[in-house]
Write a protein that binds this ligand. Sequence first.
Ligand code: SAH
Length: 360
Amino acid sequence: MLDNILHKGSLKPYNLSYNELIYLLALEDKESCEKLFQAAYSVKLKEVGNKVNLRGLIEMSNICAKDCFYCGIRKSNANVERFQLDKESILRMANWAYEQNYGSVVLQAGEIESKKNSDLIEDLVQNISKIGDGSLGITLSLGEQSWDTYQRWLDAGAHRYLLRIESSTPELYHKLHPQDHSYERRVECLKILTKIGFQTGTGVLIGVPNQTLENLANDILFFKAMNIGMIGMGPYLPHIDTPLGKDIQLTSEYSEKQLTLGLKMIATTRLFLHDVNIASTTALQALANNGRELGLLAGANVIMPNVTDTQYRKNYQLYAQKPAINENSEQSRDNLTKSIQSIGEEINWGVRGDAPHYSK
Ligand code: SAH
């Protein structure tokens, strides 16, 4: 049965049924999971080779108007020291990423909707798009915004936008967010982003409380239905200062379970969608030192090394055990380069690294 499903999934995109997706996500024994990861890795090799695209991650502000029940930088968490990087610092970090030959950067922050913020981002994007004669890729991950704001940021030179749906099941979405956070608006934002011409990324929390494997299978179908070309998703990790995480113990058993589910979700997504970019996210690294490498071997092909100055990292903790908070960007780069080589993968230096999905 497993071999048949893996073979079927490998043949062509969208070749697995809802029940088959669930079957793969439910695999438990080590040997079966390994088989899944290997099948997904083969599909990845066929689509993008043994190549990893880098995105230098700039965590530019932890100020947030949202109050998501899982997130460490939620508005109501008074234990966080809030910061906003100034323009010069952000441009310095983007330049540094360019000099390292990373090929692209991501600007990520808490969610703020204001004229001042829209203007700031527009100005930043205009300046970053001049770096390297416009060769540096720019991804934004700045939450829900108006059509007009998205359009301005696109016109300024950004070309990718990452907005996780967090869960594509409305009932679960509402369990993870306060009443005034609208599922419909988030979906609408994804539609606008794609419509106006962004390469749009989305993703979900994996293994979050109250989630079923059916929910996760539906998430994968949602990625297809929304014609998504980039996936950024990772295992849920509890944060002590949040309603959802305060009572969860991060035992080694729990970590192991979250890691495996995260890897199964990456692999199953690769086996279903084939030609997309999938990030091996930092949350995997929080669960195991080699978590991001395991993600690559389960079918992911993008890594986002942190290029934010060390002093700010401790205040951008979305979850417990955020890795590399005391590391500087040089160390982050050197550690990553070594570990990617050690698993037989190669970095795609100096390219924007768009998903093949977009050239079709
Ligand atoms: N404000 C932006 C960026 C959010 S931070 C936006 O709304 O798009 C990036 C991602 O971190 C979130 O989309 C969420 O999926 C993830 N995240 C937040 N808290 C988390 C937790 N406790 N465990 C794992 N991932 C988490």
